[in-house]
Design a protein. Structure first.
Length: 333
């Protein structure tokens, strides 16, 4: 009788294990398959073309990264197609379709939205074309091969410290936010406030989105200054907005206002030299773009970059003390 009970117990345990295994397979089988697919090297579409897809080249930051990526790709023996999505996710999808039709070897992309870009990168992946993201991350991993971005958190904190110093740790200030769909906008604002909010005598009187745009920043700051004529500082999520803020401050006949940005543009450098900007956090756009092309080349030749998918490149705080070392988003000691 005891043998029969033992046998029944063993059968029950075996069935339970089988059921649990089936459930786990049902829950995790797809993930396991996805992981296997994610680890499978992509060969490229078959041509020798590297597509470089960025926001509008009217912004010098994006022009710099596109030019740097194109120069590096040509030096490595690739044909290049450089196009702009103008921060339009629908247009970006069409450009990815074009890259797939052209059987691109790889895609370098500064994307048009952390969520909106995921489907486009997946589609390229399904066509065997690897994507290397620069400047902006997407909300997903294991889809792109590399995501190489400036350390926005570190850079924004570094320049916020210069902002606080310039304001003497007190006074009213405003903040211009970047495009809501861009993860960098939130990261930079959070980092700004981790520094500035430590000082109880600093008070934010306005916080508005200017969508990374110079003209919109000018208009927003013009209105802010009318309501807050004694404002002492303006935090800007990028240099383009900071340059717009500078123009509004000049037009109002003011000067001694702390203005900081993030990017490291030549326009910001000029404003720092003129005393209208306190500083900027240099994102090393050319370096990041070149890194992406080099990794694409290595991946296509060996099946691996040898590096983590997500990579951070530190920013450099630029002020009047070191601005002479900056030119076209390149810092030279």
């Amino acid at each position: 009788m005891s043998n029969m009970k033992s046998l029944k117990k063993m059968v029950a345990i075996g069935l339970s294990t089988a059921v649990i295994g089936a459930v786990l397979a049902g829950c995790g089988g797809e993930k396991a398959a996805d992981k296997g697919d994610a680890n499978k090297a992509l060969k490229g579409g078959g041509s020798n073309i590297i597509y470089i897809i960025t926001p509008s080249h009217s912004n010098p930051f994006f022009k710099t990264e596109a030019d740097a990526a194109a120069a590096k790709a040509k030096a490595l023996g690739y044909e290049v197609k450089t196009v702009s999505h103008d921060d339009d996710a629908t247009k970006q999808s069409e450009l990815f379709e074009n890259a797939i039709s052209d059987k691109a070897a790889a895609i370098i992309c500064d994307n048009a939205g952390a969520d909106a870009t995921v489907a486009a990168v997946k589609k390229a992946r399904e066509a065997g074309i690897p994507t290397f993201l620069i400047d902006r991350e997407i909300n997903g991993s294991g889809i792109a091969i590399s995501q190489i971005v400036a350390n926005n958190y570190q850079g924004a904190k570094a320049i916020a410290e210069k902002f606080v110093e310039k304001m003497g740790e007190k006074g009213t200030y405003a903040e211009l936010l970047g495009k809501e769909s861009d993860t960098n906008a939130g990261v930079r604002s959070k980092a700004f406030h981790e520094v500035v909010d430590q000082y109880p005598d600093m008070k934010m009187v306005a916080q508005q989105t200017a969508n990374w745009e110079q003209t919109e920043a000018y208009q927003k700051v013009e209105t802010i200054l009318q309501s807050n004529p004694d404002i002492k500082g303006i935090l800007c999520g990028n240099d383009t907005m900071a340059v717009g803020a500078v123009a509004a401050v000049k037009n109002a006949g003011l000067k001694d206002i702390a203005i900081v940005g993030v990017d490291g543009s030549d326009e910001a450098a000029a404003a720092i030299k003129d005393g209208y900007m306190t500083g900027t956090a240099l994102q090393q756009a050319a370096l990041i773009a070149e890194m992406a092309v080099e990794q694409a080349d290595k991946y296509l030749k060996t099946g691996s970059t040898g590096l983590d998918e997500k990579q951070l490149v530190d920013c450099i705080a630029i002020t009047k003390d070191n601005v002479d070392k900056l030119k076209t988003f390149v810092y030279k000691e």
